[in-house]
Design a protein around this ligand. Structure first.
Ligand SMILES: Cc1ncc(COP(=O)(O)O)c(C=O)c1O
Length: 195
C-alpha cells in the first residue's frame, strides 16, 4: 500500500509502510477516525453537500454530532470558501459545539470535483488555527476524469502538501481504499503485484 500511495499520490515525503493503518474499507476508516478523534457529544464539521453515508459511518457507533457548513454562492473547491468555512466553525462553537475535526472528501462525492492545492493549504491552515484535525477521504483518487468544463482540475492529495510551518502532521489524516479503483487495468503487472 505504501508503494501504491507513493506511485499515485505524489506524497511530499515518501509514505513509509509503518505509517499506514489498515481497516476493512474506508467506511471503517471514517468511523475509526470519528471514534479516535472525538469523545461522545463532540462534533465533526462537514462541507455540504456530502456523501450520504457519512451520517451513518460517523455517528452510528460514536455519539458524535455532525455540523454542516454551506458555502452559499462560493465555490467550496476554491480558497474563496475558507472564510465561509471558518464562519461555520465559529457558528457551531457559538452553539456550544466542540468541533474536533473537519472531514472532506477529495475528489468529491457527490460533486465530482477536486480541491485545489491552494484550497487544501487554506483548509490545513484553518484546522491549525482552530486546533482541529483534517480528515481527507481520498477514496476516489484514481477515479478522476478530464472534464471539458474544467480541463485543469486535477487531483491533489493532502499528503502531497508540505505541512511544515502549517500544521502538525499528527492532525492530518488521509483515507484511501481500493473499492473504487476503476483504473486498475492501467497498472503495470509489477504495480498490480505491489497493490
Ligand atoms: C466518499 C466515500 N467514502 C467511503 C466510501 C466507502 O468505502 P469502502 O467501500 O472502502 O468502505 C464510499 C463509497 O461509496 C464513498 O463514496
Amino acid at each position: 500500500m505504501a508503494n501504491h500511495l507513493n506511485t499515485h499520490f505524489n506524497p511530499f515525503t515518501p509514505v513509509d509502510a509503518e505509517e499506514v493503518t489498515f481497516a476493512a474499507g474506508v467506511t471503517s476508516l471514517n468511523e475509526l477516525c470519528a471514534l479516535l478523534l472525538c469523545d461522545p457529544d463532540d462534533s465533526i464539521l462537514l462541507i455540504g453537500p456530502v456523501y450520504g453515508s457519512f451520517t451513518r459511518d460517523l455517528t452510528t457507533k460514536t455519539s458524535v454530532n455532525l455540523e454542516y457548513v454551506h458555502v452559499g454562492e462560493k465555490d467550496q473547491f476554491s480558497p474563496d470558501s475558507i472564510a465561509e468555512i471558518e464562519t461555520g466553525f465559529e457558528a457551531a462553537k457559538a452553539r456550544g459545539k466542540n468541533v474536533k475535526a473537519l472531514f472532506i472528501c477529495n475528489p468529491h462525492n457527490p460533486l465530482g470535483r477536486c480541491y485545489s492545492r491552494e484550497t487544501l493549504t487554506g483548509l490545513l491552515r484553518l484546522c491549525a488555527k482552530k486546533g482541529i484535525h483534517l480528515v481527507s477521504d481520498e477514496i476516489y483518487a484514481l477515479s478522476v476524469y478530464e472534464r471539458d468544463d474544467r480541463p485543469s482540475e486535477t487531483f491533489t492529495s493532502v499528503r502531497s502538501i508540505d505541512c511544515t510551518g502549517i500544521i502538525s502532521s499528527d492532525q492530518v489524516h488521509v483515507l484511501y481504499g481500493m473499492s473504487k479503483v476503476v483504473q486498475i487495468s492501467r497498472y503495470t503487472e509489477s504495480e498490480r503485484r505491489q497493490c
